[in-house]
Write a protein that binds this ligand. Structure first.
Ligand code: CMC
Length: 428
């Protein structure tokens, strides 16, 4: 197969190299296009633009394939743990027993946060959304740890990575406790990573809190399923911000802010709001689907559609099964789950959704699962962020080791006024 493509514009031609990935994906390397032809590419939403070459996560959106470092998501979700997946994404291979022991010990060691964070959270309004509190507090970590901010010092990066993974559960739990006015719980490091998180979210100093192993396992699985998704909006935000050579904490805070949007990770909270509205307003699932077909971007069927998956989202299949399993094990009946299943059944057979290749995504059943196990809806996206953290970190580190590293700086086609002169205010 040709390894260059010829582009002719008017009487000028250029040979563009074709880059091929390990799974056969092909792309045109257009780097010389502007210097040799005076042209840029225009691709709103970067829907067909490769921003980097990456070895971390492979997605085939037509076949519904997702792999972390080559391993299918189904195998990882079934057999691994979130911390092991974090290691896999960040360091590139599954850890040996010793490597994992050291990693686990280091993450556990760093879970406590500076006591001054209590005052930091205290300064936020009570109704602050936990995602806003998380991004603010993760950004603030750079003020507490000025000793580890150099993105090109491997030792400093290592310490920041471990601190971030460890402290993020504590910060997320504090953000929630602040919003409900309960005392902050110190981490209890004899517990697993996920059990520690649940303890800090649900525990109080008044009673012993025993973590249900069924809930611990399902949260671990949800974190695994969210751990990376190649160049999505928040990951691209982390890479773009990080490309300015700012520290890891500031880069990750940018990712948290991007994730909060309802078109991205914030959709999991929106799905529950949608299901609850259908239940409470006496609307039928069919009426809601009809409304979502009007093309109004504010009335979409939340948890449906994906930029990359055009057949099915493999994470959704695993979550849906996990959702039924956990509800069955806990003996919980969920009206919201019934509505979700009905919506899915109607939408996947409806021409509007079929023609546009809109299928349920990762967020469609995750909110129902979180609700069934008692996670408050304003924490759903924070749990997504906890899951995505190792992916953001791995992508940020990969970018810094990339021989093609450059500050991210897209171009534009200017369509504003041509040269116009300043008019003094009295003459306007
Ligand atoms: N409900 C109704 N119509 C939809 C939906 C939906 N959920 N999603 C897309 N469409 C329509 C859209 O109106 C457009 O129709 P037309 O061609 O007639 O103008 C067509 O489908 C293509 O939509 P698009 O907005 O151009 O597609 P996109 O790839 O830019 O957007 C998306 C992808 C995920 C933002 C979008 O599908 C959406 O808003 N979904 C609902 C929010 C959601 O569930 N987000 C979570 C995404 S998965 C997890 C994550 O990324 O964090």
């Amino acid at each position: 197969m040709a390894d260059t493509a010829k582009l002719t514009v008017g009487d000028q031609s250029i040979e563009l190299p074709i880059v091929e990935g390990s799974e056969g994906e092909r792309g045109l390397d257009i780097r010389k296009l502007r210097s040799e032809m005076g042209l840029i590419t225009l691709d709103p939403g970067y829907a067909n633009t490769g921003s980097c070459q990456s070895r971390i996560t492979f997605i085939d959106g037509d076949k519904g394939i997702l792999r972390y470092r080559g391993i299918p998501i189904e195998e990882v979700a079934e057999n691994s743990t979130f911390l092991e997946v974090a290691y896999l994404l960040i360091y590139g291979t599954l850890p040996t027993r010793d490597q994992f022991k050291n990693f686990h010990a280091s993450i556990t060691y760093h879970t406590m946060i500076h006591e001054d964070f209590k005052r930091f959270f205290g300064a936020l309004p009570k109704d602050a959304h936990p995602m806003a509190a998380c991004s603010a507090s993760v950004g603030a970590l750079s003020t507490f740890y000025p000793d580890s901010l150099d993105p090109r010092d491997p030792r400093q990066v290592e310490v920041s990575v471990h601190r971030l993974i460890a402290k993020m559960i504590t910060l997320a739990a504090y953000a929630y406790k602040h919003s409900i006015g309960q005392p902050f719980m110190y981490p209890a490091n004899n517990r697993s990573y996920v059990a520690n998180l649940l303890y800090m979210v649900f525990g109080t100093p008044c009673e012993e809190y025993i973590v249900d192993p069924v809930i611990e396992r399902v949260i671990d699985m949800l974190l695994i399923l969210h751990a990376d998704h190649e160049q999505n909006c928040s990951t691209s935000a982390v890479r773009l911000v990080g490309s300015s050579m700012v520290n890891l904490f500031s880069s990750i805070a940018a990712g948290i802010n991007a994730l909060r949007g309802p078109s991205h990770g914030g959709a999991n909270q929106e799905v529950i709001n949608m299901l609850a509205a259908i239940r409470d307003e006496g609307m039928t699932a069919r009426q809601f689907v009809e409304r979502a077909k009007r093309g109004d971007p504010t009335a979409r069927l939340m948890g449906f559609g994906h930029r990359v998956y055009k057949n099915f989202d493999p994470r959704m299949k695993i979550i849906k099964k996990g959702c039924f399993d956990v509800l069955g094990k806990l003996g919980v009946h969920s009206k919201l789950l019934e509505i979700a299943v009905e919506l899915e059944e109607i939408a996947i057979k409806d021409d509007y959704f079929v023609e546009r290749k809109l299928y349920p995504n990762v967020d469609f059943y995750s909110g129902v699962t979180y609700t069934a196990i008692g996670i408050p809806s304003n924490m759903f996206t924070a749990f997504f962020a906890l899951g995505r953290l190792p992916g953001w970190i791995a992508q940020w580190m990969e970018m810094h080791h990339d021989p093609d590293f450059k500050i991210g700086r897209p171009r534009q086609i200017y369509t504003g006024p041509t040269l116009t002169h300043y008019v003094p205010i009295e003459e306007r």
